[in-house]
Design a protein around this ligand. Structure first.
Ligand code: NAD
Ligand code: UD1
Length: 345
């Protein structure tokens, strides 16, 4: 299949591009490079030993999106493109609603006009809101989210259900990711957050490599095994494989839309992640326990049974694998993709 990967220069998109090529698909990338560096494309071409066509524009531009579909024969779309920082979404909600919703509308319209009906969408465990029983199961309702970022995911899930309901030619996979971490085992692509990382794993990695002094552990008084929050960390390589499996599944499916959790089914505490990273890196991670972060839930993880059964997919990487691969990427690229830039002179 010729697969359009929106946000294909980003963290999860780039790893999925490698998997798609390995599975025999042709890949076309569209990305506005708002949160990605062009150097990632060179790394992807080296890893896959293929030429990857890249369209550098903003998907909220309907005309350019239409032109892309007119100029390329696209069989399926994996839609990663979106803004994703929870805290930032509270500060600039309109930017989040506009970017995440309009890019999706523009894609859906162009796909429909050009007879392309297979779509894999990046949703998030955040749509389970604050009250879903753990482990989270796909049929839980009502969806809700505590941030504008999360609400864009809830809204897009509803939009996708509505279009699939009225037009059953659609084949849509909604994938709810838990906490993606890790990097490609080559150490050449990985997560490259701009500024201070919001998330735990990239923060720990930057402490280990000496870019930051200490980690703050947000609360050790939760009702969990060691008092710190528990999350379902999933290796980005497993996540990427889940997208290829979902693409195969919807190609054979009779139903216009289906939702799958992509998680391991296991919770890991903040302290367990720190200790795993210390083992992987051989470095000590200094940390201080500070107050809870507003909005954090104590503990949640996926019930991945539906994806295991229906997609024939299972997360196989352990937390030690996730830390080892994050450390390889971080230690070999301490400044992320900036390390790939040529010298000034
Ligand atoms: P990322 O920021 O690394 O990748 C997103 C890519 O989309 C970036 O390269 C960015 O430049 C591009 N982009 C954003 N808006 C665009 C637009 N309007 N037009 C064209 N390109 C645009 O993020 P990621 O971590 O790879 O996440 C991918 C998707 O998965 C996002 O939709 C995100 O919300 C979702 N998700 C991520 C996580 C996570 O922890 N990383 C968890 C759950 C869901
Ligand atoms: C966060 C988002 C979630 C998003 C996900 C993407 C919030 C409230 N939730 O999830 O919507 O889908 O990222 O991966 O922002 N922690 C520390 N110190 C740090 C950073 C994090 O102790 O410096 C703790 C947090 O309290 C949390 C755990 O580590 O318990 C994981 O945090 P993080 O990586 O930010 O992910 P989530 O909060 O689970």
């Amino acid at each position: 299949m010729r697969v359009l990967v929106s946000g294909g220069a980003g963290y999860i998109g780039s790893h999925t591009v490698v998997r798609l090529v390995a599975a025999g698909h042709d890949v076309v990338v569209v990305d506005n490079f708002g949160n990605a560096k062009p150097a990632v494309i060179d790394r992807l071409e080296a890893l896959t030993e293929t030429n990857i066509p890249v369209h550098a524009f903003d998907l909220t531009d309907k005309d350019k999106t239409e032109h892309l579909f007119a100029s390329e024969q696209i069989d399926a779309v994996i839609h990663f493109a979106g803004l994703k920082a929870v805290g930032e979404s509270v500060q600039i909600p309109l930017d989040y609603y506009q970017n995440n919703l309009e890019s999706t509308f523009s894609l859906l319209r162009a796909m429909r006009r050009h007879g392309c009906s297979s779509l894999v969408f990046s949703s998030s465990a955040t749509v389970y809101g604050d009250n879903a029983p753990v482990p989270y199961q796909e049929d839980y309702e009502p969806l809700s989210a505590a941030s504008p970022y999360g609400r864009t995911k809830v809204m897009i899930e509803h939009v996708l259900r509505d279009v699939a309901h009225i037009d059953p030619v659609w084949r849509i996979a909604v994938l709810r990711y838990f906490n993606p971490v890790g990097a490609h085992p080559s150490g050449t692509i990985g997560e490259d957050p701009q500024g201070i990382p919001n998330n735990l794993m990239p923060f720990i990695a930057q402490v280990a490599v000496g870019k930051r002094d200490r980690l703050q552990v947000f609360g050790a008084d939760y009702p969990t095994t060691d008092g710190t929050c528990e999350r379902d960390y999933i290796h980005v390589e497993d996540l990427a494989a889940g997208h290829v499996a979902a693409l195969n599944r919807i190609a054979m499916s009779n139903s216009p839309i289906r939702t799958w959790n992509l998680g391991t089914g296991t919770g890991t505490s903040v302290l367990e992640v720190i200790h795993a990273f210390e083992r992987a890196s051989g470095r000590t991670i200094p940390y201080d326990v500070v107050a809870r972060r507003a909005g954090d839930l104590p503990a949640y993880w996926a019930d991945p049974a539906r994806a295991n059964e229906e997609l024939g997919w299972r997360a196989t990487h352990t937390i030690d694998d996730m830390c080892a691969d994050t450390w390889r990427w971080q230690s070999e690229n301490p400044h992320g993709y900036e390390d790939a830039a040529p010298p000034d002179e």
